[in-house]
Design a protein around this ligand. Structure first.
Ligand code: F0G
Length: 464
């Protein structure tokens, strides 16, 4: 199958049987075989260095083109015209933090922080395109199932576009920050008595029956927007591809998007080398990692269970297209325990960066793959932090305040009388918690020799 559209309009093509649909066809899946659709665009007029220069020039343009999504509109949705619904989004930082690098065991680790998007997650990149497409086709309402971030993003962009939004989320399993966003932005929010996989099946039935435009990541226009995470990271690195791009994996839309972005970037001469993708799941929600271990011979479904509720998914919708990503990039899939996720999160948080639990799976995955020797200590690695720290305050409070015994990096608050003596007592160490003792003794809450950071000591109750 060619990767460009014939003619001057983008097209939708079935990834399974090759059927072609207009770019304005609202079908959620292929009408012939039920396969997932993908969007192909006309070949851009420019390639390679010239196209790279156009992308760079738009950064300062002041129009919608400064968006970290629409800057790449030739590869996203070239004919969106004046229908674009943009906050704007993207232009997220690539961060380097010695403490996180030292913990993960790799010097050259960069964190692509997608929590800096308008609603605090990478979903805004897909949703600006999805809701733009909804407007292009005149959708009267939009819907999604979600573990919380997609619904927050859909709610915000639908509100901006003035289109009613309906979201299906698993009751009792959505982080507080996310649920409150969907309410605040005005989406009709259905708390479904079931898990995410049940919600996804229900929203597909509802959108079929009620004619509501479906904006889960099975929608190929969402994928077009999410490609820009990889494109922007490559651009930030001067189009000199890193050895690895590492991301958390749940429903696998993002893994699929990264593969498509890299394939197109290579075809268009934007890059000359393809980074390997590492997709990281939680042990309790790891059907893709299990399948990888048997060479993708099977497609297991699991009853998902993990503290990282964003990726608590047992039957990922974009499974097949994510397999293509892993094959194309010579990638790997692995899973990490909830303890590894929460410890990675505590390290990312305590470095002043912060992320939600699912995002920390990527950093935990880097550490795991370095330990196993899959990622070499000299490799250049970009790990994607998919969501903001404030998305899941409940997980934070449990980790720092409620768990017994306290986890490795717990930093519980200390309640005191309102007196200077009480403050002094705390600082003199009588009430020092495990975390602070560790900070003060080691300079950082992780093995001293791994950190090469200045040591902090306490002498006569003074910090030095
Ligand atoms: N990280 C975060 C913070 C997420 O919210 C999600 C997915 C992922 C990683 C995984 O991405 O599904 O493309 O493999 N959240 C979806 C949601 C399922 O409904 O917000 P994926």
């Amino acid at each position: 199958m060619t990767s460009v559209a014939i003619g001057s309009e983008s097209q939708q093509r079935c990834a399974s049987c090759g059927s072609v649909y207009a770019d304005t066809d609202p079908s959620a899946k292929c009408n012939s075989c039920g396969g997932l659709l993908e969007v192909v665009h006309p070949a851009p007029a420019l390639r390679g260095a010239e196209l790279r220069a156009v992308f760079a020039s738009r950064r300062a343009g002041g129009s919608v083109n400064t968006s970290g999504v629409w800057r790449y509109h030739e590869l996203v949705l070239p004919n969106a015209g004046d229908t674009i619904v943009s906050h704007p989004e993207g232009n997220t930082p690539l961060l380097s933090r010695d403490r996180v690098s030292a913990w993960a065991g790799i010097a050259n680790l960069l964190l692509k922080h997608e929590g800096h998007n308008p609603t605090g997650s990478f979903k805004d990149r897909g949703m600006t395109v999805g809701v733009t497409q909804a407007r292009r086709i005149g959708a009267r309402a939009v819907a999604c199932a979600s573990t919380g971030n997609t619904s927050a993003s859909l709610a915000a962009y639908a509100a901006q576009a003035g289109i009613p939004a309906l979201v299906f989320v698993p009751a009792g399993q959505v982080a507080l920050g996310k649920l409150t966003q969907s309410l605040a932005y005005g989406a009709r929010t259905l708390l479904v008595k079931g898990d995410f996989d049940v919600c996804l099946s229900l929203v597909q039935q509802a959108s079929d029956r009620l004619g509501i435009y479906l904006l889960n990541s099975i929608n190929p226009f969402r994928i077009e927007g999410q490609k820009t995470i990889a494109l922007e990271a490559l651009e930030q690195l001067g189009w000199d591809a890193p050895d690895w791009l590492v991301l958390p994996a749940g429903n696998l839309g993002n893994t699929a998007a990264f593969g498509k972005a890299l394939r197109e970037a290579l075809d268009l001469g934007l890059i000359t080398r393809v980074p390997r993708i590492a997709a990281i799941q939680a042990d309790g929600a790891s059907p893709f990692a299990q399948s990888f271990r048997d060479g993708f011979a099977t497609r297991p479904k699991v009853k998902a269970d993990t503290v990282a509720t964003a990726i608590k998914i047992g039957d990922p919708a974009s499974f097949d297209r994510a397999v293509q990503t892993i094959r194309f990039t010579n990638g790997v899939v692995t899973s990490v325990s909830d303890t590894e996720i929460l410890d990675a999160k505590a390290v990312v948080d305590a470095a002043g960066v912060g992320c939600e639990p699912a995002s920390a799976a990527s950093v935990a995955g880097v550490k795991r793959l370095v330990t196993e020797g899959t990622i070499r200590a000299t490799d250049r690695v970009v790990a994607v932090l998919t969501g903001h720290l404030l998305k899941d305050p409940g997980a934070l409070l449990r980790y720092h305040q409620e768990l017994s015994p306290p986890p490795q990096f717990a930093n519980p608050p200390i309640e005191i009388e309102a007196s200077i003596e009480a403050v002094e007592r705390v600082l003199s160490g009588q009430n020092l918690t495990g975390y602070w003792l560790l900070v003060l003794v080691t300079g950082y809450p992780s093995p001293r020799d791994a950190m090469s950071l200045p040591r902090v000591s306490v002498t006569n109750n003074q910090f030095q």
